[in-house]
Design a binder for this molecule. Sequence first.
Ligand code: AOF
Ligand code: ZN
Length: 351
Amino acid sequence: MSISTHAQAAQDRYFMMLAIEQAKQGQYTARPNPAVGCVIVQNEHIVGQGFHPQAGQPHAEVFALKDAGAQAFGATAYVTLEPCSHTGRTPPCALALINSGVKRVVIAGLDPNPQVAGRGVALLEQAGIEVTVDILTAQAEALNHGFLKAMRTQLPYVRLKIATSLDGRTAMATGESKWITSPASREDVQKLRARSGAIITGSTTVMTDNPQLNVRSHQLGVVLEKIPNPMVVVLDRRARLAYDVQSDYHLCRCAKTLYWREDNLHELLTTLVNDYQCYDVLVEAGASVAGSFLSQNLVDELIVYQAPCLLGSQARAMVDFNPLSLAQQLRFDCYSHETIGADLKLTLLPT
Ligand code: AOF
Ligand code: ZN
């Protein structure tokens, strides 16, 4: 592995950025596989590009090499994830790159999948190809938080989404909550759902809001049918949604629904990774479920859509969580803030 020289580094970052743009095209459809993009560059010109569209389909490198044809010979390939070295649903990309005659491969970051984990780089180097890693690593990894975390820890990446008023309320005392945030925010939530392998909710939310919890936006830049439906997990410790009442609710019929009757959330999360290959999980539930995830430190990212309205002190608080002193508060770093329609969207990372 070599490190880029200063002059080459700027060029490497530029083409890696384009490879990341390619990868984004698979971000809603590739799961449980990671979203990966590849760009092939010959004499500073792009001669091929591709991305991984769906598990079972060829990987990004294969599409890009096909696009480049004979022009791949002597070229540099930019890939957002270490090329695979194993035969899974498809043959190893490292071999496809070697056979194409590329002379250099630039990789954003290594693939933590134990079947790969450095072996892709080793194969390329053994074949005499110059390999550079760690270009725009954080940007490339941001596309695959779930896959990367699951491969490293056997736990999924958990996003907790909460829609609130300015005074942090999520519903009136009666439970009335439709709608606090704007249509634009609700449309934005579709992007969170579309990148999730599973959506976790609570039986109370199902019974009071009767949500569908499916992906139904036509504004995601991909044909809706190509987005796999996230599995729906209903936390139902008291078996309130026993079999005979399940059909009373709207929960998407086309998605697999799991009724979780235990109360061990950590065990649920490892089950989602190991048994269902759900690596990105979205929690859309009420204050009590939100409080459980937060107080057990199971949240990787808190996303708050805050509408510019006040619902008053009788309205429901956003999280059931009662620290006894200021020292027990939960704190976050603000990763990003933006306005969506009339609302403010905050993406927060636990400190
Ligand atoms: C790459 N390029 O575009 C992707 C990679 O079952 P398979 O054959 O599709 O292999 C899936 C694994 O391959 C996945 O878990 C990850 O380690 C890697 N994904 N690798 O070289 C790609 N999507
Ligand atoms: Zn591959």
